[in-house]
Design a protein around this ligand. Sequence first.
Ligand code: DGL
Length: 261
Amino acid sequence: MKDYIGVVDSGVGGLDILNYLKADLKHENFIFIADNMHVPYGAKSKEQLEQYGIEIAQYLERNGVKMIIIACNTLSLNAIDKMRESVSIPIYGIARPTVKGFLNHDLKSVLLLATQATINSNRYVEFIKEIDDSIIVYSQAAPKLVDYIESNNLANINDALIEYIDSYASKVEAIILGCTHYPIIKDRIKKLYPNLTLFDSRKQMVQLTNEKLDYHNIRSSNEKQEIIIQATGSIKALREASQLFFDFNGYQTIEGGVNNE
Ligand code: DGL
């Protein structure tokens, strides 16, 4: 039987992570779920996120997935416990590995840029303070960024970045890109704020996935990698929003929900 690693996000941010995972793990198959019917996750309540997460986890388990990587900060921080209770396959989230990447650099102040639901969970601040209580952490929700990226409307994105980041720029040494959509526009942020160090989750997620495949002894050796891209909403919208960084060529696509088989 074929086995897959499931990768989950609300939209195109997860495709960015998938790019890195599939390039490193060439003998693994992947099913990617973009729950873009419910995007933005950042504006949803914890209860809603738990419900989406459980449905997706159960769907993936039914469809041959051996491990789930939540490539979404908002879902990881709000729903991972309930998702884990609902299935028997391992599930890993994105926030702790991201924090680990930041903490390796011995910096003393940081801006967490994330969705409102991620900030509401307060988990990033807890993860950082657990390790070093002296680090100053500012948090800023940036809802326009996900909206602009999902609708492939990048014209006003610099204005939004300035709106969200400018007042912190002289107070911090770094920004944690605490939403998987933001690394897609990392170059723009770097250009606007060249003195700030930016932390994303790409490398950490590849490392985590490798570690956990070995830990659970579930590594595959497929000759030809199979990738399925499923959007609960529109595949067309997902393709358009990711056209600058993700190539759908050769991959199976599925459009539709996860709970109406
Ligand atoms: N990409 C997601 C995250 O990492 C959520 C974006 C959204 O749907 O609001 O938090």
